[in-house]
Design a protein around this ligand. Structure first.
Ligand code: ZN
Length: 310
């Protein structure tokens, strides 16, 4: 358990892999499975209090009976079925920013081919939960280490040896550098800084790309938590009435919102603006469409999760 916590914390502390309460890991010990609780931060894996202990047989038979997103226990993450249904001892699920950008800017058949050549199974976008877990299971080859690329969502790496899982995670990130400029990504992450103007009651971000028309990113979501936590649209600053709190206005100097964001929203906004500025004017191929994203936000599980993170 100790080294499982150590590796979970390491992945949780790497912002390129895990942001805020996103991502989750699990380990199976004897008759139990320990799964990260919903809304908890993986970076807090110093002791097992952020993990929920569940009897493995009980939860497996629960999913055999309920082939849907019903929860076995309140407080468990909506992504629990991935952890329960994969039979590997350890399952690491993380939201790699590189994977999100690659999803968006690479043609699907080219990306599927790139991944398959590296023994990474491409998984089309499904709502996080039971359906997604089933899809992953179909592509599980039961090798020593199994890796899955979840379009517009992140990664799953499972196996029985923690050290091998860790090195596989970093190896995959290195492979992604063939499809994206990692230096540029890190520069942009530094550049995107969320500030708050108490006088104007405005959240503002110095514009990392003054010439970018952010309106091209309206009506799409790059990752599930984008849909859940940031249902905002972009609008060019035209000096008209700006009462709407769900619009990110932008001009050459800054992007701004007429409200104060909580910590979770700030983290995801940083991720979103980094992705947008990396994509810039590149063609976008794979994203979560507006309707699918909006339905996810309105689901009971997500309403609970938004509340936990306030
Ligand atoms: Zn996820």
């Amino acid at each position: 358990m100790k080294s499982f916590l150590k590796y979970s914390k390491e992945i949780g502390n790497n912002f390129l892999l895990t942001q805020g309460p996103g991502g989750n890991t699990s380990t199976k010990i004897l008759e139990n499975i320990y799964i990260k609780k919903s809304g908890m931060h993986l970076s807090d894996s110093i002791n097992n209090s952020i993990f929920q202990k569940v009897n493995l047989n009980k939860i497996i038979s629960f999913y055999e009976k309920n082939k849907n997103n019903q929860k076995f226990e309140e407080g468990l993450s909506i992504e629990t079925p991935i952890h329960v249904l994969l039979d590997a001892k350890h399952v690491f699920h993380y939201h790699s920013i590189s994977s999100l950008i690659i999803s968006a800017i690479t043609k699907k058949d080219e990306l599927d081919d790139f991944l398959s050549k590296r023994k990474i199974q491409p998984i089309n976008y499904f709502r996080p939960g039971y359906e997604l877990a089933k899809e992953i299971l179909k592509k599980n080859n039961k090798e020593e280490i199994n890796s899955f690329f979840l379009y517009s969502h992140g990664m799953v790496v499972s196996g029985n040896n923690l050290r091998n899982i860790r090195s596989r995670i970093y190896k995959i990130e290195n492979e992604f550098e063939k499809l994206l400029d990692n230096k540029r990504l890190e520069q942009l992450l530094d550049l995107v800084q969320i500030n708050y103007d108490t006088e104007k009651k405005q959240t503002f971000i110095p514009n990392p790309l003054p010439n970018l028309n952010y309106e091209v990113f309206n009506n799409l979501y790059f990752f599930p938590d984008h849909a859940v936590f940031l249902p905002f649209s972009f609008c060019k600053d035209n000096n008209s009435i700006k009462k709407n709190k769900n619009i990110i206005f932008f001009n050459k100097e800054k992007l701004y919102l007429n409200k104060c964001l909580d910590e979770t929203e700030k983290i995801y906004l940083k991720v979103l603006l980094t992705i947008c500025s990396y994509i810039d004017s590149k063609k976008i191929y794979n994203v979560i469409n507006k309707k699918t994203g909006d339905n996810l936000r309105k689901s009971d599980d997500e309403i609970l999760r938004i509340r936990v993170n306030k």
